[in-house]
Ligand binder design. Structure first.
Ligand SMILES: [Zn+2]
Ligand SMILES: [Zn+2]
Length: 249
């Protein structure tokens, strides 16, 4: 007679994710086709009715446990995905992690003092009304204030992360507008609301920005796209935004 062992005590149950290799080891067969039966009515190997997954036909035996329908409980198979897919339950967490870590050095985008502050808060949060979730939200809020990585040896610029459901994440970057020459010309015109305003001449713009006059003329005519630092200098001098938001998918 079969003896059934019952567990006496369960201390804890943890839920987590298994490694793809664990799934493959557990799997009775890989399923590679959505077909079920062949022309003679037999289950197709590595199809959805592969006999290693269990059988429903009374005349067949399960090829994993040897039992017949009714005695065999069935066995898991697996499908290899053609490309990595984001687990939907983690999409929120992934966005949070992308937003709170540096795109270059992968460290959390918080200064040393901020980290100490958060650690203190977290210690106090355990067992108190303040939940770890609240602390996590605080971290997101604090990291959002940093446009640049606060770690001195890194300092990389950070971009906002947008999530397009279900599984696309992209950075939103400011890129040079294709209208940059018109935007610059417009900003160089005298302010119509202010009679004392005389506008900015190309020569003056060159002096303020330290960009050679020839280059200024090329930029204004649209012949030359201003480099990053020149764009920033022109934006500052003319108080104009030459960028548009671009989704770097
Ligand atoms: Zn079986
Ligand atoms: Zn960094």
């Amino acid at each position: 007679m079969r003896t059934i062992q019952t567990p006496k005590e369960i201390k804890a149950i943890t839920f987590g994710l298994m490694d793809p290799e664990e799934y493959r080891e557990m799997s009775a067969t890989k399923v590679i086709t959505a077909d079920t039966y062949d022309d003679d009515g037999f289950p197709i190997d590595m199809g959805l009715m592969d006999p290693r997954l269990g059988v429903i036909d009374p005349g067949l035996e399960c090829r994993t446990c040897g039992q017949r329908a009714g005695s065999c409980n069935g066995h898991f198979g697996h499908i290899e995905l053609a490309a990595p897919v984001i687990h939907v339950s983690f999409s929120k967490l992934i966005r949070r992690l992308l937003r709170t870590t540096c795109r270059k050095c992968s460290r959390i985008v918080l200064s040393e003092e901020e980290k100490i502050g958060i650690k203190d808060r977290y210690k106090r949060a355990q067992g108190l009304i303040l939940s770890p979730e609240t602390v996590a939200k605080d971290i997101v809020r604090m990291t959002k204030k940093h446009d640049f990585c606060p770690h001195p040896e890194c300092g990389a610029q950070q971009y906002d992360i947008q999530h397009e459901k279900p599984t696309t994440f992209y950075e939103v970057q400011d890129v040079l507008s294709s209208e940059y020459s018109n935007l610059i010309l417009g900003a160089m015109q005298p302010d119509t609301e202010d009679e004392t305003s005389t506008g900015v001449s190309p020569q003056e713009l060159s002096e303020i920005t330290k960009i050679p006059i020839d280059r200024i003329n090329q930029i204004i005519s649209g012949e030359f796209r201003p480099l990053e630092e020149d764009r920033i200098a022109i934006q500052k001098a003319l108080k104009v935004d030459l960028t548009v938001k671009d989704a770097n998918k």
